[in-house]
Design a protein. Structure first.
Length: 213
């Protein structure tokens, strides 16, 4: 009985939901009839972050590697080593942010200094990874191609989220920014031979996060 009642109510209300406004007039002189329509556009909240390879407003699972090969004669002498990898030259990556709900904040998180996996050996602090912000070689239509400040790495022993993020203010409720980050290794300390970082276990992964209201 309950199912039958519900079906009856729905059937009775459907014609009402489909009706548009109508205006019937009659008379002997000039006549005017009017009818209105209401237009409603619903725009969803969206947020897009690209660091490295990717396509605007699309998912991409590729994680770029940024590698530093220290020349044998320069170990720990303070001569910075330019990175390789990424989707741009010289260890650079594309950074692209798009949001439509107000100011966007960029952060990153690490799990600790880069390790070689050998217990007792020195590690590489994230302060030895330097970042230069720049623009892209070409501008994407609709995006503001300007340098985007890189949020400082958390250099605490256990890592964590950067203490100070990068704020990207909205213009007219929108954030559409793009730029580049280029990485280098400061090479400030002599270290035992080995590969530092590279895996999650050796704290080699940085996770970037964009947050919007």
């Amino acid at each position: 009985m309950k199912k039958l009642f519900l079906a009856t109510v729905i059937a009775a209300t459907l014609p009402l939901a489909a009706q548009a406004e109508s205006n019937f007039v009659t008379g002997t002189g000039s006549l005017t009839a009017t009818a209105k329509l209401d237009f409603i556009i619903t725009v969803p909240k969206v947020l897009f972050l690209q660091v490295g390879a990717g396509t605007s407003n699309a998912n991409n699972t590729t994680v770029n590697d940024i590698a530093f090969a220290v020349p044998a004669g320069n170990v720990g002498n303070g001569t910075a080593v330019t990175g390789t990898g990424g989707d741009l030259a010289g260890g650079g990556v594309t950074v692209r942010v798009m949001g439509n709900s107000g100011t966007v904040t960029l952060n990153n998180a690490v799990t600790g200094p880069l390790s070689s996996g050998v217990v007792g050996n020195p590690t590489v602090p994230w302060s030895d990874i330097t970042v230069s912000a720049g623009i892209l070689p070409a501008t994407t239509p609709g995006f503001n191609n300007t340098a985007i400040a890189h949020p400082a790495f958390n250099t605490a022993a256990g890592g964590g989220t950067s203490a100070t993020g990068t704020t990207l203010p909205a213009t007219g409720g929108l954030v559409r920014r793009e730029g580049s980050w280029s990485f280098a290794y400061a090479n400030t300390a002599a270290l035992p031979a080995g590969t530092y970082g590279n895996t999650v276990a050796n704290n080699g992964t940085v996770t970037y996060t964009a947050t919007a209201p």
